[in-house]
Design a binder for this molecule. Structure first.
Ligand SMILES: [Zn+2]
Length: 338
């Protein structure tokens, strides 16, 4: 921007709005970078002081604070330093006694435009630019969230058309599902098919469980049942109303029944189970209004991680069996055990 050619009021406001989108501008750095922007900013500040009426230092400081809270918020300075710059560079005059501050004649190239501008116009121009930026940031964020929601929904809907769309979509679900995945690892560590579950109530993890039918000689010891039993014992109540159960694999019919008997409010599961899944893969017991009066279902949360864990487990078992380290008919060869 040339400081010789006169500027229009519109160009002034446009440039001020551009500068208004920035933060932490130091007057000293602007001084080194050429006077155009600095003159424009100091002139905008000087507009806050009258031409034909002297202000006390206190009054002048008050006006400059107003500028720094409004149009001048991009400047990294305080009213005292700004006042000194304005006086030193000739934008504001001060009487020898230091009690008569008023706007001095502005640089030639700004004078015509300055006559058309006032505090309201410069403040409005910068605020409009900032609001536009904020709206643009909001729009980008919402677009991003919508995209993230769609891809998550698409992942879930692929295999689970009937139930995946039910339930709310929150990042919280992914956080809790990650804890359920930790539980699944516990199952793997003791040689069980890695399926994990946690029960959450009021933002608190009440109970955890992992699949352990083999070790406990209990065909009902699925991860969901383990967690439901522990939570009910803890609460001293066979109803778990208001609770959410997170499990890494789509529940089977037995677990779906237990979840419904416990009056669990929400079920969130990870990977679909095409062999025994009772939330839409084989049957959908939660879509049956005569059975289910309480439980909302959301599937597909961290589905890839939950499914990969099972794939890795079975790949390891096949390798062990090939190496003669497991009997050919070893238990736990079937993801449907959970
Ligand atoms: Zn089950």
């Amino acid at each position: 921007m040339s400081q010789r050619e006169p500027i229009s009021a519109e160009r002034w406001l446009l440039r001020l709005a551009e500068l208004g989108r920035r933060q932490g501008l130091a007057i000293g750095a602007l001084l080194d970078g050429g006077r155009g922007d600095l003159d424009l900013l100091l002139a905008s500040a000087a507009l806050h002081l009258p031409v034909d009426e002297g202000l006390t230092e206190r009054e002048a400081s008050g006006r400059l604070r107003g500028f720094l809270e409004g149009a001048g918020a991009m400047l990294a300075t305080d009213h005292a330093e700004l006042r000194r710059w304005l006086v030193d560079l000739g934008f504001v005059s001060r009487s020898d006694r230091g009690d008569d501050y008023r706007r001095a004649p502005l640089p030639d190239w700004l004078q015509d435009a300055a006559r058309q501008l006032d505090v309201e116009r410069v403040t409005a121009a910068v605020q409009a630019a900032r609001q536009q930026d904020a709206a643009e940031r909001r729009r980008r964020k919402e677009a991003w969230l919508a995209r993230a929601g769609r891809s998550e929904g698409a992942e879930a809907n692929e295999s689970l058309p009937s139930t995946a769309a039910r339930g709310s979509s929150t990042d919280e679900d992914a956080t809790y599902m990650a804890l359920a995945i930790d539980q699944a690892h516990n199952g793997w560590a003791v040689g069980e098919v890695p399926v994990g579950a946690i029960l959450v109530c009021g933002g608190q993890v009440l109970a955890t469980g992992f699949n352990q039918p083999i070790g406990s000689h209990d065909p009902t010891a699925h991860a969901e049942v383990q967690a439901v039993r522990a939570a009910a014992a803890l609460l001293g109540n066979y109803r778990l109303s208001g609770c959410t159960l997170y499990v890494t694999l789509e529940p089977c019919a037995m677990c779906a029944g237990a979840i419904q008997h416990a009056r669990i409010e929400r079920l969130v599961f990870g990977a679909p189970d095409p062999k025994t899944g009772a939330c839409g893969s084989v049957v959908d017991l939660f879509a049956e209004a005569k059975l289910n009066h309480h439980t909302r279902v959301r599937g597909g949360v961290l589905a890839d991680r939950c499914g990969q864990l099972l794939s890795d487990f079975f790949a390891e078992r096949r390798a062990l069996r090939r190496g003669g380290l497991l009997p050919a008919d070893a238990e736990g060869d079937d993801a449907g055990e959970a």
